[in-house]
Write a protein that binds this ligand. Structure first.
Ligand code: ATP
Ligand code: MG
Length: 422
């Protein structure tokens, strides 16, 4: 019987996986520079966490969760996103009592959503995200945004567009909510069943509806920015000023409503504007979530973060035709001819590897020519040829593949010879 991979998932094979490793290293390096530390949480959590933390009017909770009962009939869910888990862990481990505040964390790992698979949309995908919890300084909003932008730029992306909005604080949102209800209520019958439900629960989410996006009332809907109170508006101005100071271009879109229920104040998305990028152009989404920590049972601590998927990042790199500078070569390939040389090759190979060289030999009984071909396929910088004759003399023939230069090198000095030259 032949098995097939589940829909919406993918195998990442050697050849492709190097890109992922490169990107993950970049993410870790940028987090080191910005001083965000890694956190690893389980891939499943109690379902209740996501109902609470993501919000029950979201697409994620309503349609996309992989929820199952374990053998003790507990409802568990494969994590659809990272923030709820990070905040759960932050509260459970009392990270707020650490003297280093704000708590700045990052994660990279698989997320699971039952979605209709298409380009840029998978059922298992990898998110890199950061969270800064415990500060209400607009400078940290700018820091989080600039981290995402720097990350993309460090990988070579150029056609990026940063869109920001403010969803305001609680009071601003209540005023806006009332205006939205007044706006949509008279014609709510013309909207999808989800929107009908959202009208009472969270009318802001109607603006993010994918089915009704062309309805005339969408264009004329009251904009949150007009409902910001002075405090919210001044907070937003400071965030924008910091972005300008950092030389980060942005556009304000008062229609930007993020998918999750818990956002307030700053909301942002980074899109790819590359030609040839599919219809789904959002690479990264994030925002402020003051109130979430308290909802999850912790103290009243503000937070802000973003999440982006590696899958969409790879698609953006492809659309901009960017080749990542991946190391594809190995340091040396050991070719052995004759039985004794073969035995010595095994120990020589091990010496190379212990000294930090990437080294390989033949295990397929190939002839000389076949071994050279194998060395070529691996892009070996040096090929070490050892026959029984050389072995007697305690030397090997070393060929530098780039120049074709060949030299007899004593076996004792071989490792340091290659180390010095490569
Ligand atoms: P969308 O509107 O595209 O469904 P979303 O609002 O559900 O996005 P978020 O929950 O904010 O997305 O996730 C943040 C980022 O994670 C997105 O900007 C995108 O890069 C990525 N992402 C979300 N869902 C998927 C998926 N199914 N496959 C791959 N990447 C995804
Ligand atoms: Mg989605």
């Amino acid at each position: 019987m032949a098995f097939q991979i589940p829909r919406g998932t993918q195998d990442i094979l050697p050849g492709e996986v190097e890109k992922w490793q490169f990107i993950e290293e970049k993410a870790k390096d940028i987090c080191r520079r910005f001083q965000y530390r890694e956190i690893r949480t389980p891939v499943f959590e109690h379902t209740e966490l996501f109902l609470r933390g993501v919000g029950d009017t979201t697409d994620i909770v309503q349609k996309e969760m992989y929820t199952f009962l374990d053998r003790k009939e507990r409802s568990l869910t494969l994590r659809p996103e990272g923030t709820a888990s990070v905040v759960r862990s932050y509260v459970e481990n009392k990270l707020y009592s650490d003297p280093n505040q704000p708590t700045k964390l990052f994660y990279i790992g698989p997320m699971f959503r039952y979605e209709r698979p298409q380009q840029g949309r998978y059922r298992q995908f990898v998110q890199f995200g950061v969270e800064a919890i415990g500060s209400n300084d607009p400078a940290i909003d700018a820091e989080v945004i600039s981290l995402a932008i720097e990350f993309y730029k460090s990988l070579g992306l150029k056609s990026l567009k940063l869109v920001i909005n403010s969803l305001g604080d609680r009071d601003s949102r209540i005023a806006h909510r009332d205006a939205l209800i007044r706006h949509f209520e008279p014609q709510i019958d013309e909207f999808c069943s989800d929107c009908k439900e959202r009208l009472e629960k969270n009318p802001l989410r109607i603006l993010d509806c994918k089915k009704d996006r062309d309805h005339e009332l969408m264009k004329t809907a009251p904009a949150i920015l007009q409902y910001l109170n002075d405090e919210s508006s001044s907070y937003f101005s400071k965030v924008k000023q910091y972005l300008t100071d950092l030389g980060i271009d942005y556009v304000v879109d008062s229609g930007l409503v993020r998918g999750l229920d818990y956002y307030n104040h700053t909301a942002f998305e980074i899109m790819s504007e590359a030609k040839g990028f599919g219809s789904i152009t959002t690479l990264c989404g994030g925002g402020r979530y003051n109130g979430l920590v308290e909802d999850i049972g912790g103290p009243d601590m503000p937070g802000i973060g973003f999440a982006l998927s590696i899958e969409r990042l790879l698609a953006a790199l492809e659309a901009e035709k960017i080749q990542l500078p991946l190391e594809q070569s190995i340091d040396c390939y050991v070719v052995a001819l004759g039985e004794q040389a073969e035995n010595r090759a095994v120990t020589l190979l091990h010496e190379c590897r212990k000294s930090g060289l990437a080294a390989e030999k033949d295990y397929q009984n190939r002839k000389l020519k076949g071994q050279f071909k194998a060395a070529d396929r691996l892009h070996a910088k040096f090929v070490i040829v050892m026959g029984d004759d050389e072995l007697q003399k305690g030397v090997a023939n070393v060929k530098e593949m780039a120049t074709g230069e060949q030299l007899e090198v004593s076996l004792n000095e071989l490792v340091s010879y290659i180390q010095n030259k490569s």
